[in-house]
Write a protein that binds this ligand. Structure first.
Ligand code: FDA
Ligand code: NAD
Length: 435
């Protein structure tokens, strides 16, 4: 890559949003040589959710090129050849270390510069490290994090080298729940540790969490709640051997996986662009406060029209849709046209073991649990509605069929009245299916 390359459109970040932005540019008409994607990863954009699921399966694991974007939304998979055919340059293994938005210039770690007419910031999130809080011994070998494909490869290597060993998972959020399951599938002896009274508290109610905690316990996963890891011991090779907990317990460990949250990667732009709620502030077209600069995916704090507030969303559906919206808006503005403002219905999902849940809307107000949420039941299917001001705001469903998931999405979008909570509980899914 020669220094001083110029592009009409530059996407910084080569993750999910970047892949979907490229597809949208191509759909709307793109002259070869006008678009480049800069990524510090060494591979073309891929569907990141695969990393905590099929990539780590003990049998027939997913591998690239199987899950390049846009296969996750049911579209044509964007293989590296697709980018070359379209004349889209993939500038891989390239970390940008300096951004000067007023000069429309990015500089890489090796000193290469890239200038642009339009920039789409799609840098995603970084993982919060235990060493950020000064946890003693947190730099020992085999204490692992998961964000990018290199992290997943490292995890695969360690899983293979620690057959039938002990794994401790620190954190009870998305990474904690998905990684505990997949490490158990790899026959490791798994213990989860998290500080809250139940798992995934930012979404789950106590009732929802009780199902997953029971299901995981039935699979042989130990769960330790209400405490945190305060230190690690390692052996002479520097490999982790034990996890010390705040409550005094000490756990043996051959592998530790940490999932204690992410941080949007906005530092390159500090002081150069308006920020809000930890992200880069955008309008409903993902335009930032700097002309010609857009921000999408995990880093964007955008107007969530449905709830009339600014939000940041760290999930894949939004990263895809925000990228498409930004490109549509950019291309329309070149023709002096406008498009409809982004009108997003929040959608999150997760899969682990044979389980699969979906959530739509907002988890605010009172939660109403319905269905069979007994973790030992052979036909478990349950869900929850969230009711605020007498209306349904959010809906969650475990083990739903595609039609049932569509129905709960519709309910969350329509926000129908639901004054009688007892009736809603007894109707369960039938309530959503009426709309
Ligand atoms: P994303 O993280 O995808 O991409 C950012 C890119 O920018 C990366 O390629 C990075 O290397 C690059 N980059 C950053 N700084 C750079 C710099 N300075 N120079 C060059 N390149 C730079 N969501 C969901 O709804 N369901 C799910 O099941 C999952 N599962 C899941 C599993 C795992 C392991 C993770 C880590 C995350 C998920 N998610 C998820 C969340 C989802 O993947 C996430 O919200 C999207 O990937 C965000 O897309 P972005 O494009 O914004 O960032
Ligand atoms: P998270 O925010 O989902 O969970 C963080 C968890 O860390 C908390 O629930 C808490 O249990 C725990 N925690 C916090 N401080 C702790 C401490 N000191 N010790 C022990 N536990 C502590 O974050 P994550 O699971 O790390 O996920 C990282 C990012 O990846 C997020 O953006 C998430 O949305 C994304 N992700 C999403 C999915 C999905 O949508 N299915 C899957 C994987 C990852």
């Amino acid at each position: 890559m020669a220094a001083g390359s110029h592009y009409k459109y530059l996407v910084l970040g080569g993750g999910v949003a970047a892949g979907y932005a490229a597809r949208e540019f191509s759909k709307l008409g793109l002259t070869p040589g006008k678009l480049a994607i800069i990524s510090k990863e060494g591979v073309a954009p891929y569907e990141r959710p695969a990393l905590s699921k099929a990539y780590l399966f003990p049998q027939s694991p997913a591998r690239l090129p199987g899950f390049h974007t846009c296969v996750g939304s049911g579209g044509e998979r964007l293989l590296p050849e697709w980018y070359s055919e379209k004349g889209i340059e993939l500038v891989l293994n390239t970390e940008i270390v300096k951004a000067e938005l007023s000069e429309k210039t990015l500089t890489s770690a090796t000193g290469a510069t890239f200038t642009y007419d339009n920039l789409i910031i799609a840098t995603g999130s970084s993982t919060i490290k235990l060493s950020d809080f000064g946890v003693e011994g947190a730099n020992a070998n085999n204490i692992l994090y998961l964000r990018e494909i290199d992290d997943a490869d490292k995890l695969v290597e360690v899983i293979r080298s620690k057959k039938n060993g002990k794994a401790v998972i620190v954190g009870g959020g998305y990474i904690g729940l998905e990684l505990s399951a997949v490490l158990k599938l790899n026959d490791l002896d798994v213990t989860m540790v998290y500080p809250e009274p139940w798992c995934m508290p930012r979404l789950f109610t106590a009732g929802i969490a009780a199902f997953y905690e029971g299901y995981y316990a039935n699979k042989g996963i130990q769960i330790i709640k209400g405490t945190v890891a305060t230190g690690f011991d390692s052996n002479a090779n520097g490999d982790v051997t034990t996890v010390k907990l705040k409550d005094g317990r000490v756990l043996d460990a051959d592998i530790v996986v940490v999932g204690v949250g992410g941080r949007p990667l906005t530092t390159l732009f500090k002081g150069q662009v308006d920020e809000e709620k930890g992200g880069i502030k955008t309008d409903g077209f993902f335009k930032t406060s700097v002309p010609g600069v857009y921000a999408v995916g995990d880093v964007a704090t955008f107007p969530l029209k449905l709830y009339n507030e600014l939000r940041r969303v760290e999930h894949v559906d939004h990263s895809r849709k925000s990228a498409e919206q930004a490109v549509k808006a950019l291309k329309a503005s070149e023709e002096g046209k406008t498009i409809e403002e982004y009108d997003y219905l929040p959608y999150f999902y997760s899969r682990a073991f044979d389980l699969s849940w979906q959530f739509y809307g907002d988890n605010v107000g009172d939660a109403v649990l319905f269905g069979d949420s007994d973790p030992s039941s052979p036909n478990q299917k349950f869900g929850s509605y969230w009711i605020k001001d007498g209306k349904v705001f959010g809906a969650f469903l475990e083990s739903g069929t595609p039609e049932e998931n569509k129905a709960i999405a519709k309910v969350a979008r329509l926000q129908p009245p639901a004054a009688d909570v007892e009736q809603l509980k007894s109707e369960g899914l039938a309530f959503a299916s009426k709309f």
